[in-house]
Design a protein around this ligand. Structure first.
Ligand code: SF4
Length: 374
């Protein structure tokens, strides 16, 4: 396959065929985003795309999902996109679902009828970054649309019968507007009523304007407790018909999943339990361990940590069974930052994990074991 530049895809497309049809993002101005910085937005030539589809016909026969990369493949002109989808249908008949990122600009360029045509050719899910429903924050982060436009474009996707997954960003409004961000995001999500909502936590990336603001003391990064409070208020303010709300991205402190409104009470109770224990958690953010680890994010379910009272031996076993697989998964996901969450116990009493000890699940990679410094 011909991949140019960095390739990004939603976590739920981890096993999809990744077919790059554009380079970069046609907007490329969000102040927190470094995904395609320095990449000039271009459409890839048809011959390359055709040859990639041919490659997939031979080598991707067990993948029944396909994701169109890069940042907003929906922006590809209708005629060309129809040709691509028809070719996928013809050459990869086993592909059951095609997904794409979409932003308000690319959605606006398509009519509902055109999107229905894409749906009939297999495009069945679009991922849209809302980030926040707060208009002040949307302007501040240069998202290129206000909340009314977000609602209009989100509904347009749904009207075409394409499933919609909306991403929101915890911490993106800073401290002062955190609660406004939570409530307004709930308002906009309720108005769009998407099938899926994914909550991510803001991870500042060097080189972005928001990172520079943070360095100058103009933008605060919320701590775990503030982020969890924000998440709880957002969920309380969100009314979906039957949407799946999840916060299982590796950037989050707490893994949650449930349908709203059915599972709201259960989810909020989990958030409350995490908040009750979060002060006891020693948190350290690190980076630069090595190239692979520096590109990874580790997430630990704080609730499961808080609810257990570990002995030394139990702690070792818990690390082996829970921490290591999560860390490996994060490494495989190739995410942007190493976030090391330590433990309910005192860091000084942390058992030293042996990189050479093997387990029932096989030998471990020494690279993946790091002891948090006291
Ligand atoms: S629209 Fe998405 S990919 Fe493009 S700059 Fe904004 S966050 Fe990044």
């Amino acid at each position: 396959m011909d991949y140019q530049g960095n390739i990004f895809r939603p976590p739920s497309e981890a096993n999809s065929i990744l077919l790059q049809v554009t380079r970069g993002c046609s907007h490329n101005k969000c102040t927190f985003c470094e995904l395609y910085k320095g990449t000039r937005f271009t459409l890839k030539d048809e011959a390359t795309i055709e040859s990639d589809i041919e490659f997939a016909r031979t080598y991707c026969r067990r993948q029944n999902r396909l994701f169109l990369c890069d940042g907003d493949a929906l922006i590809v002109p209708q005629k060309r996109l129809v040709t691509i989808l028809k070719e996928v249908k013809r050459q990869l008949p086993w592909v059951k679902r095609i997904g794409t990122y979409a932003n308000t600009k690319s959605i606006a360029k398509k009519t509902v009828e055109e999107m229905k045509e894409l749906k009939s050719l297999g495009l069945s899910i679009a991922y849209m970054g809302l980030e926040t429903g707060d208009d002040v924050t949307l302007t501040a982060i240069n998202k290129g649309a206000d909340s009314a436009r977000m609602i209009e474009m989100g509904r347009k996707i749904r009207e075409a019968g394409i499933k919609l997954s909306v991403t929101v960003l915890l911490g993106i409004a800073g401290r002062e507007r955190s609660m406004i961000h939570a409530k307004e995001t709930g308002r906009v999500l309720s108005a769009i009523d998407p099938e899926f909502v994914g909550a991510l936590s803001l991870m500042l990336t060097p080189g972005t304007p928001l990172y520079q603001d943070h360095q100058k003391g103009k933008f605060p990064v919320l701590d775990a407790k503030e982020l969890l409070t924000e998440l709880g208020v957002m969920i309380s303010a969100t009314n979906l018909t039957n949407g799946l709300f999840h916060s299982n991205h590796a950037s989050n402190y707490l893994t949650l999943e449930g349908r709203l409104p059915r599972d709201r009470d259960r989810i909020l109770a989990t958030v409350d339990r995490a908040l009750a224990g979060v002060e006891n958690v020693f948190l350290q953010v690190g980076g630069g361990v090595d190239e692979a680890v520096n590109k990874a994010t580790l997430t630990i379910n704080l609730v499961s940590l808080k609810e257990r009272s570990f002995s030394q031996e139990e702690m070792k076993n818990w690390i082996r069974d829970n921490l290591k697989p999560a860390f490996d998964k994060a490494c495989c996901e190739g995410l942007n930052l190493l976030v090391w969450h330590a433990f309910v116990c005192s860091p000084a009493s942390m058992p030293r994990a042996s990189p050479t000890r093997s387990s029932a699940s096989g030998p471990r990679s020494p690279r993946c074991w790091r002891r948090p410094p006291p």
